[in-house]
Design a protein around this ligand. Structure first.
Ligand code: GEK
Length: 244
């Protein structure tokens, strides 16, 4: 079945309200994220790849802000270690409800538990892999360190955090260029200038990007020893942070 096309911002009437992950978004989410995030499919595929290497026996994997479970499924199908389980969490009831259907239709053997809740309240325990795939950007800036610290504390030695984010750049002209290149990417995926502008205004105070330097600094402050960018396309990047 092909994804339902995202035309949420095609209607020119009225000012769009702030972006929310409601049922309207859930219905078009796979199409939306694929056409909006450069490298999304690669990142998901590589999360599977990394699961193969980093997931330890008798441990838990966390998919924080799991949406429809793309990263959960990528891990589920590539984990080699014995006696593992995956916990997916999202604070959108509409997302979790649809995610349950996605997981139920999947034949993977690793147990998956889904929770509707806030990643800021979840207890991370016995983790060998934690994924924050484009989720931290929706959490208030002053609460981000606490989330990363809780993840660090719940990871086993050798455990890994994958943190993917839309990022900002210190240098203003470069920042503007990356935004322009991202918008070109969206245009080439069929979004009109109107849709791009309306989405931009809806998401403005909801998704707060920070620089890679800020992310690195915070990951180190949370305790992570090794922190590196393993993927970047324009203003979208994914980092790998390992607990020593
Ligand atoms: C993917 N990871 O396909 N607690 C829990 N969930 C949250 C919170 C929070 N505080 N804030 C936002 N969310 C997915 C894509 S989408 C990215 C992640 C995007 C959830 C929100 O409901 C949404 O499902 C997800 O984080 C962000 O790999 O749409 O740009």
């Amino acid at each position: 079945m092909s994804d339902k096309p995202d035309n949420i911002y095609a209607n020119p009437l009225g000012q769009p309200g702030p972006f929310v992950f409601d049922e309207t978004v859930v219905n078009v989410f796979p199409d939306m994220i694929k056409r909006s995030v450069p490298g999304y499919a690669t990142i998901i595929n590589m999360i599977g790849n990394l699961a193969e290497r980093y997931v330890q026996a008798n441990s838990v994997c966390y998919d924080l802000g799991c949406s429809l479970g793309a990263a959960t499924l990528a891990m589920r199908h590539r984990i080699q270690a014995a006696n593992t389980r995956i916990l997916g969490i999202d604070n959108s009831a509409a997302m979790i409800e649809r995610c349950r259907q996605v997981i139920a239709a999947d034949s993977g053997e690793v147990p998956v538990e889904l929770v509707c809740g806030d990643v800021q309240n979840i207890r991370i325990e016995q983790a060998s892999m934690v994924v924050l795939n484009f989720t931290l950007q929706f959490i208030p800036i002053d609460q981000r360190l606490a989330v990363l610290t809780a993840i660090y504390e719940g990871l086993l030695p050798g455990g890994v955090l994958i943190l993917s984010e839309k990022v900002a750049f210190e240098d203003k002209p470069h920042h503007e260029l990356m935004i322009e290149l991202h918008h070109n990417f969206k245009r080439s995926n069929g979004y009109s200038d109107l849709e791009i502008a309306r989405k931009r205004s809806a998401i403005e105070n909801v998704l707060i990007p920070e620089t890679l330097a800020t992310h690195r600094q915070r990951l180190r402050a949370a305790g992570f020893g090794s922190v590196d960018v393993w993927f970047q396309c324009f203003n979208f990047a994914s980092m790998i942070a390992i607990k020593p």
